[in-house]
Design a protein around this ligand. Structure first.
Ligand code: NAP
Length: 326
C-alpha cells in the first residue's frame, strides 16, 4: 500500500478518506514535526500533507523518493519551494475558498477586540477590578462610518470588505498588486498604498506572502499611518517588519494592534508581550470546525486525484503539470 504522511492531526473525515486508499502516518505529537522527523518520514511516501508552518524546501523534497503530491493543509503557499517541486513533477495543492469566511471573520474578531479593548476588559473583570460603571472606563474606537484600508483585496480581503461596508457602513479602500476583480462587491476602488496608510482608521493585511509583500509594512509605512490606527495582520507575519512594529508600538502611535501571524512562527518576537494594546492569537484564522473539516476533505481529494493520475482540483502548479487540462 502506498503511504501518506500527515504532519499534524487533521479532522477524521479527511483521514478516513485517505485510509481507504493508503497507509497513513499522522504525526502523533501535539507539536509540529522537526525537520529531521520530516526528512525521515517523507522518504517513501506518495503524498505529504503539510501544514503551512512546515517548510518543504529543496532538501526535504530531495529526500522524498516517491513523492507525487504536496497537499498543503491551508491556502497560503509560501512554505513550499514550488519551483523545485514542479521541476521534480510533484503536484502542489492548497485549500482555497473554504477558509475565506472563517478567516475574514477572525479578522473582524481582531478588529473588534482591538477597537473595543475586549481582551483588556475581560482581564480587568476577571481580576476583580470592576467596581461599577464608569464614564471613562476602557474607552475604545467607534467603527461606524470610519475608513478601513484593506491590503490584498482577494477572497479574504473582499469578505472583510463586505462585512465592513454592510455591517458598519465603513468607507472601504484597498491596495492590491493588480486591480482586483473583487472591488465591485463593495463598489470601491484601488488607491495607492501611501494614501491608504495615511487615511485609514483601521488597516488590515490580507495579502499572500511573496517577493513583493515581504516587509511591505516597515518603518516608513508605520510612520505614514494615523496616530490612533487599529492595525491588524491576518496574512503572514513576514509581510510586517516586526522591529518596525515594535518601535511603533513603543512610540505609542498605534491605538491597538491585532496579530494572528508572526515572523518566524512559532518563535514569535516576545517583545510583543510588553504591549497591552496588542491582541496576540496563535494563527487561528481558519480555525472553525466547519472550515477545518472542509479543508480535510479537500486535501484528501487532492491526494486521491493525484493517485488516480488525475489533475487535482486545487493544484497550484497546474500550468506546468496539467497541460492537457489547462
Ligand atoms: P487571494 O484570493 O489570492 O487574494 C490575495 C490578494 O492579494 C489578491 O487580490 C492578490 O492580487 C493580492 N496580492 C498578492 N500579492 C500582493 C502584493 N505583493 N501586494 C499587494 N497585493 C497582493 O488569497 P486569499 O484566499 O484571500 O488569502 C490571502 C492570504 O491570507 C493567504 O495567501 C494566506 O497567506 C493568508 N491566510 C491566513 C490565514 C490565517 O490563518 N491567518 C488563513 C488563510 C489565509 P494579485 O492579483 O495582484 O495577485
Amino acid at each position: 500500500m502506498d503511504k501518506v504522511l500527515v504532519t499534524r492531526d487533521i479532522p477524521k473525515n479527511g483521514l478516513d478518506m485517505l485510509k481507504r486508499e493508503f497507509e497513513v502516518y499522522v504525526n502523533p505529537y501535539d507539536r509540529n514535526m522537526t525537520k529531521e522527523e520530516l526528512i525521515e518520514k517523507i522518504e517513501d511516501v506518495f503524498a505529504v500533507i503539510p501544514m503551512v508552518s512546515d517548510k518543504i524546501d529543496k532538501e526535504v523534497i530531495d529526500r522524498a523518493k516517491k513523492l507525487k503530491i504536496i497537499a498543503n493543509y491551508g491556502v497560503g503557499i509560501n512554505n513550499v519551494d514550488i519551483e523545485y517541486a514542479t521541476k521534480k513533477g510533484i503536484f502542489f495543492t492548497n485549500t482555497p475558498g473554504v477558509l475565506t469566511q472563517s478567516t475574514a471573520e477572525l479578522g473582524w474578531a481582531l478588529i473588534m477586540a482591538c477597537a473595543r479593548r475586549i481582551v483588556n476588559s475581560d482581564s480587568f473583570t476577571r481580576e476583580g477590578k470592576f467596581t461599577g460603571f464608569a464614564p471613562t472606563l476602557m474607552l475604545g474606537k467607534e467603527l461606524y462610518n470610519a475608513r478601513i484600508g484593506i491590503i490584498g483585496m482577494g477572497r479574504i480581503g473582499s469578505s472583510v470588505a463586505r462585512m465592513a461596508r454592510f455591517g458598519f457602513n465603513m468607507d472601504v479602500v484597498y491596495y492590491n498588486r493588480s486591480i482586483s476583480d473583487k472591488e465591485l462587491i463593495v463598489d470601491t476602488g484601488k488607491i495607492e498604498l501611501d494614501e491608504l496608510l495615511k487615511t485609514s482608521d483601521v488597516i488590515i493585511l490580507t495579502t499572500p506572502l511573496n517577493n513583493e509583500s515581504k516587509h511591505l509594512i516597515s518603518k516608513r509605512e508605520f510612520d505614514l499611518m494615523k496616530s490612533d490606527v487599529v492595525f491588524v495582520n491576518i496574512a503572514r507575519g513576514e509581510v510586517v517588519d516586526t522591529d518596525a512594529l515594535i518601535d511603533t508600538l513603543r512610540s505609542g502611535k498605534l491605538f491597538a494592534c491585532g496579530l494572528d501571524v508572526y515572523e518566524n512562527e512559532p518563535d514569535f518576537d516576545k517583545r510583543l508581550l510588553e504591549f497591552d494594546n496588542c491582541v496576540l492569537l496563535p494563527h487561528i484564522g481558519s480555525a472553525t470546525i466547519k472550515t477545518r473539516e472542509k479543508m480535510a476533505d479537500i486535501v484528501a481529494n487532492n491526494v486521491i486525484s493525484a493517485y488516480q493520475n488525475r489533475c487535482p482540483e486545487f493544484v497550484v502548479n497546474r500550468e506546468a503539470l496539467c497541460a492537457a487540462e489547462k
